[in-house]
Design a protein around this ligand. Sequence first.
Ligand code: SIN
Ligand code: CO
Length: 370
Amino acid sequence: MKLQLLGGMTAREFLRDYWHKKPLLVRDAIPGFKGLLSPAKMKDLACSEGVESRLVRGGRHWSLGHGGPFRPADFSKLPRRDWTLLVQSLDHHLASGAELIERFTFIPRARLDDLMVSYAVPGGGVGPHFDSYDVFLLQGMGHRRWRISAQDDLDLVEGLPLKILKRFEVEEEYLLGPGDMLYLPPKYAHDGVAEDECMTYSIGFRAPAFQELGEGFLDFLHDELELPGRYADSELALQKHSAEIPKTMLAQIGEELEKVRWDAELVEAFVGRYFSEPKPDVFFRPPARPLGAKAFAARLAKNGLKLDSKTRLLFSGTQFFVNGEDFGATGPERRALMQLADTRALPPADYGEALTGLFHDWYTAGWAHV
Ligand code: SIN
Ligand code: CO
């Protein structure tokens, strides 16, 4: 299917020709798109508890103000030019943000990170930089001038609180208006400067460093590890130097450690848990007066189920991963869960005792709603 969002390309063509490879400018990617919230509403969000926000001041000196929550007075003191306010995880705070991100599910959900919004006054931006992940930059209100470069020189200015490129050699320049979108592959140098009061929505992706994944995997293995027995040396021979570690000791321990092994199943469990784990600052809001099991089943049969916007539900074969936990499912239960994972909702129906019980637990934890 050809997608206006991708400039009339199919998702398959986009993945083949652009994803991770080269930038794509799409005029009118979302026709009529004016943005999801007003600057005033965005400032309100930046003043709320549990919302990650930052203020960046540009001009001659780059500075990263304190993070949120802000006070309304913080914004009234700012100059008329050269600053920008960023709010992270808009998809968690706004239903329309969660809906916007759904347009990008031609990329696996495990790779989707969050929707960030920036508000900038004229001249505002975060400076010439690169990101380590792919990004779709969708223009809402106003206009932003993007300058981009495929340069390999990614040296950063030292001693700044922000990642600012030491040298930036502009290769292409685009002025984006409401509904226009620019896709950039990882490490593509870019600088977006507000022409007028403007807002930009960034759909970002997760690309963890292998070091980070390795450390996470070792933590995971730690919990899974089972090495029975204890060091023993019934054949201990007298040695010349009492401080020398016996060779037999090294050999025996080495042999035991060789038993720390993993297989594809364990890797699957790790990857599923890792990518479905909500960020540490995510808190679910359980219902104040939750329905009991029976009332819940009736409501589920009448209204269906909707995942909370913060819930991450992924699967691999018959294994399902929800907010860092895993479980298996087969048959019609698996099919229902796959539908829920793909579309984030289930229509009204009787889902059987086991699934209804599971959904009730999720509902009680604030992970899903009926
Ligand atoms: C912005 O919206 O100002 C910054 C987005 C980005 O450059 O990644
Ligand atoms: Co960027």
